[in-house]
Design a binder for this molecule. Structure first.
Ligand code: SAM
Length: 290
């Protein structure tokens, strides 16, 4: 197979090359990404103007092909045909890693299904960069993409993951950040948060603190400028489902149910554990088979 990434211009086999590009600092593009962009026959990109700027800065001239949410169904067969006829096609997004809250998943899937050569040239990704800086647990994290725009839907979106024992990572427009953090604080309560803004750029900022406090700060200051990623730390162990404390809660409920009514048992366990009475009542009903 052709050698890629030696720093020299190399010949590449026909296929699809998923190439990560910078999220704010042009110097973050890898040597291998530059080799590939210089070596392919054409580049499929979200916005040809954005990619043209990157290529001009790196002295690369290539035919560009728009590939985005609205024309994917039409463009996909064309791109696959190009590859079948021996072309090398790179896929880039406006910034960062394609497919991560960006187009590309269906193109990659269809190219794989057709046994075409597909490879990735990894590099910048705002979510991963935020995790590198947030100072929150990274052993388990859930990337959630973008939250819904409306408050009700957003609260349900947070509620669905309220018990997930992982750091929650999501993208949000800075314009909506204050309302979004207020909803997150209302649903998730007192957790740690890091708002990672303008990553790799001149005014990079990481604001860390408790979710209610940081939400209050932004609601007072108003929406900040630029782009941001929000990382919310996991719930405390006692809230984890399936783990120690839920089992302890069940054990407590069972013991209490031996000599108390469902109502008294759930009130008693709520007092001991600090958990919500309503949820405990529902669980006590289940455990008592009523
Ligand atoms: N595929 C990209 C990636 O790998 O990071 C993400 C694309 S998504 C459409 C764009 C969102 O990523 C922005 O709205 C923002 O939430 C986040 N983002 C991108 N660049 C960023 C940066 N330099 N600093 C903070 N957040 C950034």
């Amino acid at each position: 197979m052709a050698e890629i990434g030696s720093g020299k211009k190399t010949s590449l086999p026909p296929g699809l090359y998923v190439v990560a590009t910078p999220i704010g600092n042009l110097a973050d593009i890898s040597e291998r990404a530059l080799d590939v962009l210089a070596g392919v026959d054409r580049i499929a990109c979200e916005d040809t103007r954005v990619t043209a700027k990157l290529l001009t800065a790196k002295l690369i001239k290539k035919p560009l092909l728009a590939y985005h949410e609205h024309n994917g169904a039409v463009q996909r067969p064309k791109i696959l045909d190009m590859i079948k006829s021996g072309e090398r096609v790179a896929l880039v997004s406006d910034a960062g890693t394609p497919l991560i809250s960006d187009p590309g998943f269906k193109l990659v899937a269809e190219a794989q299904d057709e046994d075409l050569y597909v490879t990735a040239i990894p590099g910048p990704c705002a979510a991963i960069t935020a995790l590198s800086l947030a100072g929150l647990p990274t052993d388990r994290f859930l990337f959630m993409g973008f939250p819904p725009n409306k408050s009700g839907a957003r609260q349900s979106w947070f509620t669905a993951e309220a018990k997930t024992h992982a750091s929650l990572v999501f993208y949000e427009s800075t314009r909506r950040l204050p309302e979004c953090l207020a909803d997150a604080a209302e649903v998730l309560g007192n957790r740690a948060v890091a708002v990672c803004r303008e990553l790799t750029k001149k005014f990079e900022e990481v604001r860390r603190g408790s979710l209610p406090r940081v939400a209050a700060q932004y609601s007072q200051e108003g929406a900040p400028k630029g782009e941001c990623v929000v990382v919310i730390g996991p719930p405390e162990r006692k809230e984890e489902t399936g783990g120690g404390s839920d089992m302890d809660t069940d054990a407590l409920l069972k013991a209490a149910l031996n000599h108390m009514s469902v109502k008294s048992a759930s009130a008693f366990v709520a007092e001991v554990t600090g958990e919500k009475k309503k949820a405990l009542y529902a669980r006590a009903l289940e455990l008592s088979g009523k």
